[in-house]
Structure formats: structure tokens, C-alpha cells
Ligand binder design. Sequence first.
Ligand code: ATP
Ligand code: MG
Length: 398
Amino acid sequence: LPPIFEPARPVLQKIEDAGFEAYFVGGCVRDTILGDSIHDIDIATSAYPSEIKAIFNRTVDTGIEHGTVMILDHGTGYETTTFRTESGYQDFRRPDKVTFVRSLSEDLKRRDFTINALALKENGEVIDLFNGLDDLKHHLIKAVGDPNERFHEDALRMMRAVRFASKLDFVIATETLAGIKQNAALLEKIAVERIRVEFEKLLMGQNPVAGLNEFLRTGLYQYCPGLAGKQTELSGLLLLNNWQLRNAEQVWAVIVTQLGFDSREASKFLRSWKTSNELITNVKKMIPVIQGLKSKKLSPLTFFTAGRNAVQDANQVAKLYGWAIPDEQLMKQYNSLPIKSGKELAVNGGVLINDTGVKPGPLLGKIIKKLTVQVVNGELPNDRETLINEAEKIKKEG
Ligand code: ATP
Ligand code: MG
């Protein structure tokens, strides 16, 4: 058993000692066999949630209606899910009903791809009911059972296929790919938020070009917000190199750059993907920096307005297009800003009201803005007296 599973072994042992079955399942098994690092360990068990809670003193109900209970053990949390089958799927998404079962094979059968349907026993034995090990070896993403049926049950699986193609740099098996092509339109039934998670993971994967290629070839893109009819623009992504996107901000900045969106269009587009307002704000901060890197015209004000994170994220995006400058050089430029935020200005509203007699209102706002721009541009030193004098001048001019 790989060392990463060692700390969780006693947990499985304890469930087994109580007379139930327990296995490591899903991504952690797949990634370990591949020799990739894993971020979380999932456990599947024949024990019902109430039975798990009776075995362990410390648990958290993280999703008890779906059978998921987190076991707390020596400061680590282990997600444990009762074996289950799903039925219903009347609307091409999520099952109407989750039924707990006692058999591992029933649980593995409802999983999406053969490489995700492996179970690992506490003694190191791998349970492979669908030839997942072979598909892992051949780098294949293959639906468990009939692809057509499986994508009808849950259309999100089609997005998951293309994201695993990118994440793992695997190929989608022929029949599975045909199933996606045939059912792509069902993606419309899926909540945008769920599609978004998979799309972001696709762009942050090992081989985004491979994933994007299938995303385009299968027609899935046509059923994503704002992407219908954008084949030409999106195909341009396939020509880019040096993919190493690290967060959702970078992902979406690439997409809006590729689609040629200005700040307003970007907002509208991102809202249609139901991203958070925070993400929209951050992406909008990046756009001028990306454009500045492209045109090699980056002003201190652009740096200042964007802020450190947006500057770094923008450079990461620019790397794809060959517009980036070395990170150290970029950070040196950023760090040489006289002030990094409005808070660092030697005067604030209160001080200006006190010392110049200006009233709170638009004029005060204008003064602060002008002072900030001049300090950022190095036209004025950031000292209180100089700024008060300058404020008096602006006030007189009105
Ligand atoms: P990652 O490392 O990206 O988290 P993962 O395989 O763990 O990959 P999850 O989305 O965390 O992916 O799902 C955990 C497991 O649950 C999968 O390995 C798969 O067995 C099953 N699964 C998840 N989503 C679906 C789905 N829509 N249909 C069927 N099985 C699914
Ligand atoms: Mg996972």
C-alpha cells in the first residue's frame, strides 16, 4: 500500500473490525497508480452513515443525505461515503434518488469512467471490475458501460471526460467520444456552476490543448454560455504553448482575451457563467495589464490599479501568447511603485478636510484621485506637506 494511504489505514481497519467493508476509491486510487500526487482520500463503505457515526467518536455530517460522513482522526478528515446506486436521472442530471446498498460492485458501476471505478483495499489489493487498470495503462478515458446511457443519466460526465483528457493527458476511447458527440446538446440541461468547475479544471490540466481539442471537436462548447459560434476564436487556443494556468482568474482571463472581449463584454460573459463577483473584479483588473504586456506599454498606473495579484496572474496569461516579461523583472517594476494602494498615500480624506477645508463630496474625490495619480507616476513625492499644498492648488482651480 502506498505510504500516502498509511495514516488512513487504521480508519479502514476499524470499519472492517465492526463487520463492514471499506475501500479507498475514485481519484486517489487512479492518481496513486499513475504515480501522481493526490490531494484527498475518498473512502467508500458498506456501512450506513449512522453506522459510521456509531463506530467513530468524532465525525462531521458533510453530506449525510448522500451518504457522506467525515471521520476526524488525528487531525485529518476522511470523507466516507456509503456504497450507493443512483436512479431516476429524469432530467439528464443528478439522480432523483440515491439508494444506499451493501455491495461495492453496485457502487463502482455508477461511477463515470473505468479509471475512476477502481477500489483499493486496506491490504493493498486493487478491485478492478471494469478493466480500469488496463485503461489506465493505455491512457484511456472510457465510460463504465454504455456511453450513450451514461451520458443520458448525467450529461456532466461529457465535460468530465474532456477535463480528464486534459488533467491526465489521456485519450478518450472511441465509443465514449462518439457518445459525447451524439449527446453534446444534453449539456444544456446541466447547471452552469457544475460545467464551470469542469471547464476550469480542463484549462488547469496537464494538457489543456488535448482537452480543448475534444471540447471543440465534440461540439460541447456550443452548449456552454457565450461560446456557441465561437469555434474560430476558441480554435486559436489550440495554437498556444506554455500552458500552466494556476487559478480560475487566469483561466477566465485567457478565455476573454482569446474572445477579444473588453471589460464590459468580459463582465457580461463571466456573469453568464455565474462566476463570483470577486472573480469578475479580478479578471477585469487583469485585462489592462495583459493588453499593456502585449503592446509593451505598461504604465505605473496600470500596475497600481491592477494590484500585485492581477499583475502576476496577467503575466501568467501573457506567457501563453509570448507577451510576458520575466516574473522577477515584472515584480521589480511592481515593487518600485511609490505606493501600492490608496491607503499608503500620505494624506487621506480626513486630513484633507481638516487641513484644506475642502468639504466631503466630489471635489474631495477628485483631489484624492489626482494626488494618487501624481504620486504613483512619481510626479510628486508621497509626503504630507507637498500633497496638502497640491490639494490647495487643485481646490482653488475647482
Ligand atoms: P479530482 O482529482 O479532479 O478530484 P476525482 O476523480 O476525485 O478527480 P471527483 O469529481 O472528486 O473526481 O469525483 C470523485 C469520484 O466520484 C470520481 O472518481 C468518480 O468515481 C465519481 N464521480 C464523480 N462525479 C461523477 C459523475 N458525474 N458521474 C459518475 N461518477 C462520478
Ligand atoms: Mg476528487
